[in-house]
Design a protein around this ligand. Structure first.
Ligand code: MG
Length: 236
């Protein structure tokens, strides 16, 4: 078979590029309870020094046994640092609120860039509207499946967030999000249709913090959501 000179030249160029591509940077991947070596650690069991309330005051949530515990009524907290595209890891455990139903049971949320709420809810045998269940982009995109564990068990969200594409302050294309809930894909390159309710104001072309929701519901006095092992790897 005769090969065209153009094809041979193209093949040679690809080989040359592959040979000269830089070596990937070595990263210690960490493991259970330990962030990768190149991650920005936002909570590792120590203190809330990376976090503040939305009004700028020091975060009043508790740290108990190396875990963050939401203090209902004190308000949302968010990171002092802001992020654009990022890999985000967070672990949570919902309280046992058997007598509460739907949105009243174990409700919180992780807002990416303070704008897009990824619902945290006790969705184990607790039906509610799909776009309000655990792992939903709240009010927009239900999770593909319900991978929830029972209350009081630790669960994880691993997210790959691509911020909206912008040219300067000009919005060009929406952000996109992939989520693994307890290792199961529940959002697969989901388009973010826009900010969800209850987050921070701000331009979607700007970076934003990770925000944890203090959800207040009339059917429950408190919702002691627990969080641990929170880290981010910026992808810009
Ligand atoms: Mg919520």
């Amino acid at each position: 078979m005769k090969r065209s000179p153009t094809l041979i030249l193209l093949f040679a160029a690809v080989c040359a590029y592959a040979a000269e591509a830089p070596q990937p940077v070595a990263v210690d991947p960490g493991g259970p309870g330990k962030a990768p070596s190149d991650a920005v650690v936002l909570f590792d069991g120590g203190d809330l020094s990376e976090w503040i309330h939305n009004d700028g005051k020091p975060a009043a949530w508790a740290v108990e046994n190396g875990e963050i515990v939401c203090k209902t009524g004190t308000g949302n907290i968010h990171t002092k640092r802001k992020f654009s595209s990022a890999q985000i890891h967070i672990e949570f455990a919902t309280p046992n609120q058997k007598n509460a139903k739907g949105q009243a049971r174990g409700n919180s949320g992780v807002y990416i860039q303070g704008r897009y709420e990824i619902q945290v809810l006790d969705s184990y045998r607790n039906p509610t509207y799909a776009a309000g269940s655990a792992g939903a982009v709240y009010g927009q995109s239900p999770p593909a499946v319900n991978a929830s564990r029972p209350p009081e068990q630790w669960q994880s969200y691993d997210m790959i967030f691509h911020a909206p594409k912008c040219y300067g302050a000009h919005f060009l294309a929406p952000g996109r999000l992939t989520i693994l809930h307890n290792g199961v894909v529940i959002q697969d390159n989901t388009e973010l249709k826009g900010p969800t309710p209850g987050g921070l104001d701000g331009d979607v072309c700007e970076p934003g913090p990770i925000l944890l929701q203090d959800h207040i519901h009339p059917d429950v006095e408190e919702t002691a959501l627990r969080f641990r092992n929170i880290w981010v790897r910026p992808l810009d």
